[in-house]
Design a protein. Structure first.
Ligand SMILES: [Cu+2]
Length: 231
């Protein structure tokens, strides 16, 4: 009887704590569109921050076809806590270009440039904000109280400056690195739909797939196919 009780308890504990990792690589299928040069000459502070012209980050694909800045999330996951969220304005570009935050989490906005930026959110679920960050204002904090699909945060002073933010009610999301790779750790065991979002394809072009998470590593690779009609 005691043995039975112990095994039931062990079973309960293990099912409560069972969590796994979801990782994968996101690739692009088709001819990669050429990245446009960003015309920064209107503000000498911006232009002089780059030795070679900065390029558009709308679709960043490396020579292996792997896509950077794809936001991947575990739909319907519960719990988890995201890493601190920082959005820097550096060389008149946002770093990172795409970021996920949790509802209520602070997003620290930094101005590393010796010039004026303004932070204008295009959020629809969350109230929009729009404030200036003169060069002497190095940090501001914002947060979002509703979950929201990716929306732009842009700068009205420098029209090429655009970043994307999405708000989740859990901590299970990641953005792909320059090798198109992402890892989401500590996902509670279960069956989920994994969503991959890329700026060029937007919400109507997201890719989803079902993944079963146990205690090991589950793989979810995604391929964004270039639409034949898109320029
Ligand atoms: Cu700016």
């Amino acid at each position: 009887m005691l043995k039975f009780k112990i095994s039931v308890i062990l079973l309960l504990v293990s099912s409560l704590t069972l969590a796994g990792t979801i990782s994968g690589t996101v690739t692009f299928d088709g001819k990669t569109p050429k990245r446009k040069k960003l015309k920064m000459s209107a503000d000498p502070v911006c232009g002089s921050a780059h030795k070679t012209p900065a390029l558009s980050e709308k679709l960043v694909v490396n020579d292996k076809g792997q896509i950077k800045n794809v936001l991947v999330w575990v739909k319907g996951a519960k719990g988890g806590s995201a890493s601190p969220a920082v959005l820097d304005q550096n060389g008149c570009m946002y770093s990172p270009h795409v970021i996920g935050v949790q509802k209520g989490q602070d997003l620290l906005i930094k101005n590393s440039d010796a010039t004026l930026h303004n932070i204008h959110s295009m959020s629809k679920e969350n109230s929009s904000f729009n404030f200036a960050m003169p060069k002497v204002v190095k940090e501001k904090k914002v947060s979002f109280d509703k979950i929201e699909e990716p929306f732009a945060i842009k700068c009205d002073v420098h029209p090429w400056m655009k970043s994307w933010v999405s708000v989740f009610d859990h901590g299970f999301f990641a953005v792909t690195d320059e090798n198109g790779h992402f890892t989401i750790e500590g996902v509670p065991a279960g069956e989920y739909e994994i969503v991959a979002w890329q700026e060029w394809f937007k919400m109507k072009g997201v890719i989803t797939q079902k993944v079963k998470v146990t205690d090991g590593e589950s793989v979810a690779d995604f391929t964004f196919k270039r639409p034949s009609k898109k320029k």
